[in-house]
Design a protein around this ligand. Structure first.
Ligand SMILES: O=c1[nH]c(=O)c2[nH]c(=O)[nH]c2[nH]1
Length: 278
């Protein structure tokens, strides 16, 4: 005997670019949208009866159709889509819409530039017919402190080779996600995002770090302090190691200026910082 466990289906990687051309000074929105629907979908799995299936192709088309009259904050766009799928298609009970937005820098009124693989603003909105859960965040934000970072006093055993250091480079590619609780209908997602990003940067730059774990907690705290509507912050911080290169072998000193940027393996420091609720 077998049974069908949790399942969802949708369109992944819907690439959407919208030109905001209300004035001669255009703007570009560059989104990648992922939809995932679940609900009364036993029949298609058991017998191939697709009567309850809103095709992933239709989900993709809906993304483009909804973009016609403007996108707004990605969290709001994701919520509009999620509500549409659940409220309009009776067998669909839950919709999850994830969006990544790539920023373009302005070169002129209608000219823009962007590097490949840069920082992304992200969101994930889930709607179950009653409640909307919104998670916002960012990914691949590269940060580096060239000093004010130590790592020492750690556990030592027979396999330890890592020397303690009182001055190292601390670098990471931030993946942060924060949950909004009790956000009202007129909640300003763009403002909240800017405040969270600003708090994150200030915490990274302003923390004298004894471990990346300590920096992680400081970042979480600062975001929670900055935005009362944020309930928790989840952080995933790869430790982008920079090894001070041994030049002594060549009779050359290295007073903390020449580093070998490491690749694999890397430390991965992850954690959640929560607001205490009474
Ligand atoms: O900030 C750090 N935390 C660790 O847990 C760790 N482990 C390690 O080898 N280097 C570092 N750095």
């Amino acid at each position: 005997m077998f049974s069908l466990g949790g399942n969802n289906y949708g369109k992944s990687g819907v690439r959407l670019v919208r030109v905001e051309r209300e004035t001669p000074r255009h703007a570009i929105r560059d989104l990648t949208v992922h939809t995932a629907l679940s609900g009364d979908l036993d029949a298609t799995h058991f017998t191939g009866d697709n009567a309850n299936v809103l095709p992933t192709d239709t989900q993709k088309n809906t993304v483009y159709a909804f973009a016609r009259d403007g996108i707004g904050p990605i969290e709001s766009f994701a919520e509009r889509l999620a509500r549409h799928f659940v409220d309009r298609a009776e067998p669909i009970r839950t919709a999850r819409v994830q969006i990544e937005e790539q920023a373009w820098s302005r070169l002129g009124d209608h000219s823009f530039s962007r590097g490949e693989g840069g920082e992304l603003r992200t969101c994930e909105v889930v709607y179950d017919g009653e409640r909307v859960e919104a998670v916002a965040g960012l990914r691949d934000l590269l940060l580096l402190n060239s000093t004010d970072s130590e790592f020492g006093g750690f556990l030592v055993d027979e396999f330890t080779t890592l020397p303690e250091t009182s001055d190292r480079i601390l670098a990471t590619a931030v993946n942060a996600r924060w949950t909004y609780v009790g956000a009202t209908e007129d909640f300003d997602y763009d403002r909240a995002f800017a405040a969270a990003r600003g708090a994150l940067l200030a915490a990274f730059a302003g923390t004298y770090s004894l471990s990346l774990q300590q920096t992680l907690y400081a970042i979480g705290e600062r975001i929670l302090e900055a935005i009362p509507e944020v309930g928790e912050v989840r952080l995933s911080l790869p430790n982008r190691h920079h090894y001070q290169f041994d030049l002594e072998r060549f009779g050359i000193d290295n007073p903390g200026v020449v580093f070998q940027a490491g690749d694999l393996p890397y430390g991965l420091i992850e954690g959640t910082v929560r607001r205490e609720t009474s």
